[in-house]
Design a protein around this ligand. Structure first.
Ligand code: PAF
Length: 292
């Protein structure tokens, strides 16, 4: 497995590859990331993984400085998983106008309106930062396939739009969230949780599951009050000490409010346990013909 730090060397190494599967990450890899590599390997014998903590997607008050950087351990895991190449650039490599303090990245991607709601509402500029770095990485790696986890559901939809609207010949594959045995979605930020919080954190998935079960068991002729369901889910988290950012039930295809014709839905949530902000979601089908 090659470990490469510059775009020039990356292009050199990949110039004869015609089928590259790409897994972009910010490192601090866990079983969820390794699963993405395994999926990538099913599609290509050339699996490129990037490790880059992207300053442009962090707001000033966020955890950029403390975000875990574990390159050596990550590379060990990727080697064992069978990745072909790790691309671990510096900030200056990804942001050529970086002056040591400011990124000076004046050309950025302006994402679609779906980037302004949910995580985008509480993290202004976040998805512009994500879309910009993903565009840069795509330009460098030039993959045929890119693999992303569905845990970042809103991010995945925005990247699908990025690829579509900029006519990029890249197939984007979304992969189901890998969970710990108690249901907690795997995340690099789980490392911020104490052992006790890690147990408590399983509640996030549990309340989302309960709400989905409630929706799916509703007789088809009764209208669903999504606002009430969102509020009840929020209350349930709040009563257990969570500070809820949002709970939202949306169209899984567009993140628009659920319309009468939507059947593919998603419930998404972001909430803080202590100082740690966690997100999770469940995509589900609304069976309009349920009769129980
Ligand atoms: O999901 C992530 O880890 C990041 O947002 C990504 C896609 C690697 C861009 O920095």
């Amino acid at each position: 497995m090659h470990i490469i730090h510059t775009a020039v060397e990356l292009r050199q190494r990949l110039k004869n590859q015609s089928n590259i599967a790409f897994v972009p990450t910010m490192g601090n890899l866990h079983a969820g990331h390794i699963h993405l590599v395994e999926i990538a390997k099913q599609h290509s014998s050339c699996v490129v993984v990037s490790i880059f903590v992207n300053p442009l997607q962090f707001a000033a008050n966020e955890d950029l400085a403390s975000y875990p950087r574990t390159l050596a351990a990550d590379c060990e895991k990727l080697k064992a998983a069978g990745a072909t190449l790790v691309f671990a650039p510096s900030v200056a490599e990804m942001y050529p106008d970086f002056d040591g303090v400011n990124l000076n990245q004046t050309m950025t991607i302006s994402p679609p309106p779906m980037a302004d709601i949910l995580c985008g509402a509480s993290r202004p500029g976040h998805f512009s930062g994500v879309a910009t770095i993903v565009m840069k990485l795509f330009n460098m790696v030039m993959p045929q396939l890119a693999i992303f986890g569905q845990k970042d559901f809103q991010q995945l939809l925005i990247i699908r739009q990025l690829v579509q609207q900029f006519n990029m010949p890249i197939k984007v594959i979304g992969v189901a969230t890998v969970r710990e045995s108690n249901g907690l979605a795997m995340s690099s930020r789980n490392g911020y949780l104490s052992a006790q919080q890690r147990q408590q954190a399983s509640l996030l998935h549990e309340v989302l599951q309960n709400t989905v079960a409630k929706i799916q068991s509703q007789p088809h002729n009764l209208p669903l009050n999504f606002q009430q369901l969102e509020q009840a889910t929020t209350d349930s988290l709040t009563s257990h000490g969570w500070a809820v950012d949002y709970v939202a039930i949306k169209s899984a295809l567009t993140l628009a409010p659920v319309s009468d014709t939507d059947t593919d839905l998603v419930i998404l949530a972001a909430a803080k346990l202590g100082n740690t902000r966690l997100i999770d979601n469940i995509e589900f089908l609304l069976n309009k013909y349920t009769t129980n």
